[in-house]
Write a protein that binds this ligand. Structure first.
Ligand SMILES: Cc1cc2nc3c(=O)[nH]c(=O)nc-3n(C[C@H](O)[C@H](O)[C@H](O)COP(=O)(O)O)c2cc1C
Length: 449
C-alpha cells in the first residue's frame, strides 16, 4: 500500500536524551543543558536531514523537585522554549520551531504576541504546542490555588485558542501604504479590535504585532483523553501522541481524523505524529546491548520515580517486584496514566518491569534494532495510517540523533517515504498545511452585526 504524501519528521529535543539513563551513557554529551552551542549543532543536524520540526516541551515548574535531595541528576535547567527557539531561528533557515506554552498558567495576549514574534523572526517557522499542563506543581508558582480541574483546563484551553487565533487575525495581511515621501506607513483602518468577552477571558485587542507570516503559527496539541481529543480536533494542525503499539496508534489516528471531520475541518490538514524512541545498532544484537547498557545506568528507585511521575501516583512504598496497585484517577494527564495501567495489565508487568519501560520511552513507541528494522516499522505505521509522521526521541545525545540522521533517514529517502529537499519556506508549506485566510476585515462586520 502506498501513500502519495511523504512522512513528516520532528526532533523531540531533550538535552540529555529521552532515556532516563541517557545522560550517564559513556558516549553522552557531558556538558550542561544550558550550553547553547550544542543546541545549534543538534538543530542544524536535524535541518541537514530535512526534518520538519524541532520541538521543545515545557512545564512552568521544577520537575521532580522535593527540596535538597541526594539523588544524582544532570545539570538540567530548562531554557524558556520560545526564547531558545528565537535564538536558534538565526542559526537555521527551514526547520520548523515548535515551543510548548500553557493555557492554564498564561494569558492569550502574551502567547499570541510571543508566537507571532517568533513567526516573524523565523520567516514563518513558528509552532505552538498548546498544553493545559499536566504537572500539578505548576499551580504552586502562580498564586491561583489548586491545579484547576481537567475539564476546566480544557474548557479554558479552547477559549484560549480562539482568543489567540483571533488576535493573530486582528491585522489584515497588508495594512501598509506608502506616503508621498515613500515611507511605509500603517493604515490603522486595517487593524481591528477583537473585543472578546467569554467565560475565562476578556480581551479587547488588537495585537501589537502584525499578522504572522503563516497567518497563524502552526498549532500543536497532545491531549489524548476525551476532552483532549476534542480540543485537538478543533484547534490542532499537528497532533502529538504517545502510544506503544500499532493498534493503539491506528485507533487514535482514526478517531482524531473522524473528530476533525465532525468539526467541519479537513482531516488531511491535521497531521498526527506519534513520538518514537529509536534504539539503533548496526546489528540487532548491538541495539539490544545498547538498550541493556542504558537500562543498567538507571537505579531501580529512579525508574520507579519516573514511573510515579508519569502515572501520577507515588509507587515508591510498594514492593518493586509486585503488581501495580489500583491507581486512583488523576487530575493530571489522564491518557498517559490509562496507557501505562493498560500496558501493565496487557503485558503482565510488575512495577520494576513497567518502570524499566517508562525509563526507556515513557510510554511512547519504542523500536530496538537495525536501521532497516527502524525504517520498516516507521513505514508500516505510516502506510497503514497509524501516523502521518514521527517525533523522533533520541535516547541519548548526540549519537542517538546522529545515528537516526545518518543511518535511518537515507533508507526512508531511498524508499520514497521521506523528502530529499524542503518543499517550501514556511513550516505550513513544508507540512502541506494551508495558510488561514485573512479574516481581519470581517471582525468589524461581525461586531456591527
Ligand atoms: C509528545 C508529547 C509532548 C508533550 N509535551 C508536554 C509539555 O511540554 N508540557 C505539558 O504540560 N504537557 C505535555 N504533554 C502532555 C499533553 O499536553 C497532555 O497534557 C497529556 O497528554 C495528557 O492529556 P490528557 O489529559 O488529555 O490525557 C505532551 C504530550 C505528548 C504526547
Amino acid at each position: 500500500m502506498a501513500r502519495n504524501e511523504k512522512l513528516k519528521l520532528g526532533l523531540f529535543l531533550f538535552a540529555h536524551g529521552h532515556h532516563v539513563g541517557g545522560w550517564r551513557h559513556p558516549k553522552a554529551d557531558p556538558s550542561t543543558a544550558m550550553d547553547f552551542s550544542k543546541y545549534i549543532n543538534w538543530v542544524q543536524t536535524a535541518e541537514r536531514a530535512l526534518f520538519d520540526t524541532v520541538f521543545l516541551a515545557d512545564t512552568p515548574a521544577m520537575m521532580g523537585y522535593k527540596g535538597a535531595n541526594t539523588q544524582e541528576r544532570p545539570y538540567s535547567g530548562y531554557f524558556d522554549p520560545v526564547t531558545l527557539l528565537s535564538a536558534l531561528s538565526t542559526a537555521t533557515s527551514h526547520i520548523g520551531l515548535i515551543a510548548t506554552a500553557t493555557t492554564t498558567y498564561d494569558e492569550p495576549y502574551h502567547i499570541a504576541r510571543r508566537f507571532a514574534s517568533l513567526d516573524h523572526l523565523s520567516g514563518g517557522r513558528a509552532g505552538w504546542n498548546l498544553v493545559t499542563s499536566w504537572v500539578e506543581a505548576a499551580s504552586l508558582n502562580f498564586g491561583r490555588g489548586a491545579h484547576p480541574d481537567h475539564v476546566i483546563r480544557y474548557e479554558r484551553a479552547l477559549e484560549f485558542f480562539k482568543v489567540v487565533t483571533g488576535l493573530w487575525d486582528t491585522w489584515e495581511d497588508d495594512p501598509t501604504y506608502l506616503d508621498a515621501q515613500g515611507r511605509v506607513c500603517l493604515d490603522f483602518k486595517k487593524v481591528h479590535p477583537l473585543n472578546h468577552t467569554g467565560k475565562h477571558f476578556s480581551v479587547q485587542g488588537p495585537l501589537n504585532v502584525p499578522r504572522p507570516p503563516q497567518g497563524h503559527p502552526v498549532v500543536v496539541q497532545a491531549g489524548a483523553s476525551d476532552s483532549g481529543r476534542d480540543v485537538a480536533a478543533q484547534s490542532a494542525d499537528v497532533v502529538f501522541v504517545a502510544y506503544p503499539t500499532f493498534e493503539e496508534a491506528r485507533d487514535f489516528y482514526q478517531d482524531i481524523k473522524q473528530r476533525v471531520a465532525r468539526h467541519g475541518r479537513n482531516p488531511d490538514h491535521v497531521k498526527i505524529m506519534p513520538g518514537v524512541s529509536p534504539i539503533i545498532g548496526r546489528t540487532q544484537e548491538e541495539a539490544e546491548q545498547l538498550l541493556a547498557q542504558l537500562q543498567n545506568e538507571v537505579p531501580v528507585h529512579e525508574a520507579v520515580q519516573a514511573l510515579s511521575t508519569r502515572i501520577d501516583f507515588d509507587l515508591s512504598l510498594y514492593p518493586v517486584d509486585g503488581p501495580l496497585p489500583e491507581i486512583p484517577e488523576t487530575n493530571g494527564g489522564k491518557s498517559r496514566q490509562k496507557l501505562l495501567v493498560e500496558m501493565a495489565k496487557r503485558d503482565n508487568l510488575n512495577i520494576r518491569q513497567l518502570a524499566q519501560r517508562v525509563a526507556t520511552s515513557r510510554g511512547f513507541f519504542s523500536i530496538v534494532g537495525t536501521p532497516e528494522k527502524i525504517a520498516d516499522e516507521l513505514e508500516y505505521l505510516f502506510v497503514n495510517y497509524a501516523a502521518d509522521g514521527f517525533n523522533i526521541m533520541p535516547p541519548y545525545m548526540s549519537d542517538g540523533l546522529d545515528d537516526f540522521v545518518n543511518l535511518v533517514v537515507p533508507i526512508l529517502q531511498q524508499r520514497g517515504l521521506f523528502r530529499t529537499g524542503y518543499e517550501g519556506q514556511t513550516l505550513r508549506e513544508n507540512l502541506g498545511l494551508p495558510r488561514p485566510p485573512d479574516r481581519a476585515a470581517q471582525l468589524d462586520v461581525q461586531q456591527a452585526a
